[in-house]
Write a protein of this length. Structure first.
Ligand SMILES: Nc1ncnc2c1ncn2[C@@H]1O[C@H](COP(=O)(O)OP(=O)(O)OP(=O)(O)O)[C@@H](O)[C@H]1O
Ligand SMILES: [Mg+2]
Length: 237
């Protein structure tokens, strides 16, 4: 399938407000956005602009006040709890700003809990090797650096080989070399499996690898550009 020939995610006019009255915050204010199957979409924007809120909505973790989100033809904004859980389990990998690892499980066990419920998983050992965690497979999250925890959470999101991978500040805790490695892995997964990638970042340099660049400010999309992607190895990071 050619990149960009099929719509994967369609966000239409979504609004989300937190709080009431004077202290209310419009986290998303009439956001619309289409992302094609297999596209790499990078979302940039200042702190507090609504990036995580948008990602959480697409990930079915929070409810919109109004508007619709359709993924693979499924309108997720009208689904019940059980159907939303199925959607997340079957279609979605998510890497959060906080790593969400299970503290009682070691690295490889953290990845296996996701692998065990997946239909067509990848090999967890190979994935951890590619992510540079081969020597940490039996370590617990508390024994890992921030960057290593982040790579473990990336392995966890990727092991089920999801159609859609949502990443929030993926490389925030990584040094330049690890950032390049992680971006290379994501690009390879994208090319091999046609995984749609949506990545939030503060790092303008990462925007180079995007097919689509979206800028958010004060809960609104202020830029939505379709462009030629650069190879991860050619980014100056
Ligand atoms: N659960 C919540 N309750 C109340 N306000 C919230 C909640 N989640 C987000 N907000 C507010 O909504 C706005 C958008 O937050 P969001 O987390 O989406 O920003 P962000 O762009 O991801 O920022 P950062 O780059 O710092 O992670 C902020 O003003 C934030 O304070
Ligand atoms: Mg955020």
């Amino acid at each position: 399938m050619k990149r960009g020939t099929m719509e994967h995610i369609s966000v239409k006019n979504i609004c989300k407000k937190y709080g009431e009255g004077e202290s209310a915050v419009k986290a998303l204010d009439d956001v619309s956005l289409d992302i094609a199957k297999g596209e790499i979409c990078v979302i940039l924007g200042p702190s507090g602009s609504g990036k995580s809120t948008l990602l959480n909505m697409v990930g079915g973790l929070d409810r919109v006040d109004s508007g619709t989100i359709t993924v693979d033809g499924l309108e997720i904004t009208s689904l019940g709890r059980k159907q939303l859980t199925d959607y997340r389990r079957e279609k979605l990998g998510m890497v959060f700003q906080a790593y969400n690892l299970i503290p009682e499980l070691n690295v490889i066990e953290n990845v296996r809990v996701v692998k065990d419920i997946a239909k067509d998983p990848l090999d967890e050992t190979e994935l951890l090797q590619v992510l540079g965690l081969e020597r940490h497979m039996t370590h617990f999250p508390s024994e890992l650096s921030g960057g290593q925890q982040q790579r473990c959470s990336i392995a966890r999101a990727l092991v089920k080989n999801p159609a859609l991978l949502l990443c929030d500040e993926l490389t925030g805790a990584l040094d330049s070399a690890s950032t390049r490695d992680v971006l290379r892995v994501l690009q390879a997964i994208n090319e091999r499996y046609h995984t749609t990638l949506v990545m939030i970042t503060h790092d303008e340099r990462i925007a180079g690898m995007a097919d689509r660049l979206v800028r958010i400010k004060d809960g609104r999309v202020v830029e939505n550009t379709s462009k030629e992607r650069l190879k991860a190895e050619d980014l100056v990071i």
